[in-house]
Design a protein around this ligand. Structure first.
Ligand code: SF4
Ligand code: SF4
Length: 150
């Protein structure tokens, strides 16, 4: 990887980390954000009828944190990072994983999602990287096939 790319990815990681911290702060009020009981059901997208969309900077962050060799293809409709019913990548989970709670208020979640997307879009514009909002299994498939970010 070229030096310029390394520098840029480092900046992206810093900024995504800031956005994730900001999101986590918005979720402090459990009356509206909901309290997750960590049952793991919503990480089984197919059986829960749930869709998880991610943005380009989040994929870059995830791949950089986990290492490209640890990116897996989803095979059965369940997030491949759920291990024994728990998230094995909790620290690096996506904004959608942070914001969604089956016990939270849908309007609050939708507004927070919009606000987070705005921040990710702004980050893409500022650092001149393409912006994409893509379903998680497709994002992994794209990365594994092309070794490029969506
Ligand atoms: S958000 Fe709800 S469904 Fe998802 S893990 Fe938490 S309690 Fe289970
Ligand atoms: S990254 Fe973690 S929280 Fe998000 S869907 Fe996968 S297992 Fe669930």
């Amino acid at each position: 990887m070229r030096k310029m790319e390394v520098r840029k990815n480092k900046k992206i990681i810093e900024r995504v980390s800031e956005i994730y911290n900001w999101i986590d702060q918005q979720l402090a009020n459990k009356d509206i954000a909901g309290s997750c009981e960590v049952c793991g059901k919503c990480c089984d997208f197919e059986s829960y009828d749930h869709r998880l969309y991610v943005t380009t900077p989040e994929i870059i962050y995830f791949v950089e944190k986990l290492g490209s060799a640890n990116i897996k293809q989803m095979t059965d409709g369940r997030c491949c990072y759920q291990v024994d019913g728990k998230c094995s990548v909790h620290a690096y989970r996506f904004s959608g994983c942070r914001i969604f709670c089956c016990k939270g208020k849908a309007t609050f979640q939708s507004e927070l999602t919009e606000a987070a997307i705005k921040k990710f879009k702004g980050l893409c514009a500022e650092l001149q990287i393409p912006y994409c909002y893509i379903e998680l299994p497709a994002a992994f498939k794209n990365f594994l096939t092309t070794r490029e970010y969506p």
